[in-house]
Design a protein around this ligand. Structure first.
Ligand code: GLV
Ligand code: MG
Length: 307
């Protein structure tokens, strides 16, 4: 994984950009990352005012090492370009990423990349510092996900948007993240999740799972998060304080797995350098170079989680 893509995003808090009370509360939560939303959590009549609220919240600071992002409106609306200009001119030095929703075409990402480059030059920000996270939220985005994932060096992650996605394909359910009733032959989301994950990994990007909307049901959230964590996803959006600890835990390795990974790395290092062997036994387990790569992933996530 590239250097930027290694920023921790186990828990990514969605914060409506028009609500100063939520913005204040968000500061105190132990999330890895957050985004201040100008899109679907903000009513059309509040869109313009929300830009000022979001800029002020970023400039006030107090975000304590979290990855700071803003979600702008999608390119099918009239708001997007002004969102980008207002936020980056107003608070570019306090911003790590922009989240672009409903990406259906690599040109959307290239457009944002170019606009960011222009604004960085105009206001004297470090070139290329602001990253992009692209939401894949419908059938059009999914069928072009490989091109989208390769569209800009600013890209840091692909984010699955389950609510919009389920609407876009006419899935016969209203419960976001749960299996649609009547489909009892497997996981209805497997193809979509894997497709996004493959495009992300092939381009050294993170893959982030979207929200779980039944916010009071933490055990259902945890079950849903475990599924994407098991596939290899790096984190999940959280909408409620009750979901934060679960996300941080599910997307970190267990202490046992972390300790085991460090053991594999030590044993394999010793085997290849001192014993000059490419394969070695650790207890009952045969280790080779592929074992080292798997252990590196777990160890890196464990170190980032402070294990
Ligand atoms: C998130 O944006 C979603 O549509 O689920
Ligand atoms: Mg959406």
């Amino acid at each position: 994984m590239g250097a930027v893509a290694s920023r921790s995003r186990r828990s990514v808090l969605a914060v409506p950009g028009s609500n100063p009370r939520f913005l204040e509360k968000a500061r105190g939560l132990p999330v890895d990352a957050f985004f201040l939303d100008l899109e679907d959590a903000v009513a059309p009549l509040e869109k313009e005012k929300a830009r000022d609220t979001v800029v002020a919240a970023l400039n006030e600071g107090g975000w304590d090492g979290k990855v700071r992002a803003v979600r702008v409106n999608d390119l099918g609306t009239r708001w997007t370009y002004r969102d980008v200009i207002a936020v980056v001119e107003g608070a570019g030095a306090e911003l790590d990423c922009l989240v672009l929703p409903k990406v259906t075409d690599p040109a959307h990402v290239r457009w944002l990349d170019l606009l960011l480059t222009q604004i960085e030059k105009a206001v004297g920000l470090e070139a290329g510092r602001i990253g992009i996270e692209a939401q894949i939220e419908d059938a059009r985005g999914l069928v072009r996900v490989d091109e989208i994932a390769a569209a800009s060096p600013r890209l840091e992650s692909l984010v699955y948007g389950p609510a919009d996605f389920m609407a876009s394909i006419n899935m016969k359910t209203l419960v976001v993240g749960e299996q649609p009733p009547g489909y009892d032959v497997g996981d209805a989301y497997h193809h979509v999740l894997m497709r996004i994950l493959m495009a992300a990994r092939a381009n050294d990007l993170q893959a982030i799972d979207g929200p779980y909307l039944q916010v009071r049901d933490v055990s259902a959230f945890t079950r849903s998060a475990r599924r994407t964590a098991a596939l290899g996803y790096d984190g999940k959006w959280v909408l409620h304080p009750g979901q934060v600890d679960a996300a941080n835990e599910v997307f970190s390795p267990t202490q046992d797995d972390y300790d085991h990974a460090e053991l594999i790395l030590d044993a394999y290092q010793h085997a290849t350098t001192v014993q000059r062997r490419g394969a070695v036994m650790l207890g009952d387990e045969m280790l080779d170079e592929a074992s080292r790569k798997m252990a590196l992933v777990v160890a890196a996530k464990g170190r980032a989680a402070g294990l």
